[in-house]
Design a protein around this ligand. Sequence first.
Ligand code: ADP
Length: 197
Amino acid sequence: MTQAKNKVVIFLGPPGAGKGTQAQRLADEQGLLKISTGDILRDHVSRGTELGQQVKPILDEGKLVPDDILMALIRDKLASMDDVRVIFDGFPRTGAQAQELDMLLEELGAPVNHVPLLEVPPEMLIERIVERGRQAAARGETIRSDDTEAVARHRQEVYRVQTQPLIDYYSARGHLYRVDGVGSMDEVYGRILEGMK
Ligand code: ADP
């Protein structure tokens, strides 16, 4: 494993900021694996695995799943990679997760490279999430159980209290850069690339 091949990007930003979409594009264009903890957890719920049954009520309420569960999932994902080329979407979400991730990445010789922070005004976030639910319903898809207005508001609060402190954590390490998340998908993507230069 050569050091230069490794690349680690962490997308930070509130629920509804558009992290998933932007992270997927970057992953496709740069040959990175997108690790979205929300998607992984929802997949367990829909398959009805033991883990899925355990976390379903937590997801439904918009609360955070315990750190040890998340760390086991992440360790598992990274263990199967030769080069660590990843984008984290929705992880880490707590200070403990960030510290443990740093330790794990150090073991693997793959330090964090970039932490884009997608910024979108709070009221626009709720609108986007409720709209995402509406559109999924219109397409006849199952709506995410946490894409209701009340749960979306709670998720914003959880972000503010538990995840926002990570902005300081990554800022202090010189990895963080702010990206205006308002605009077309292409405009926002352009800003993300610009910040990586
Ligand atoms: P969003 O960014 O729209 O809030 P996600 O898909 O990232 O949604 O996450 C959905 C839910 O999955 C969260 O509300 C939480 O219950 C759980 N979850 C996802 N990632 C984590 C994490 N790193 N730590 C704890 N819980 C998580």
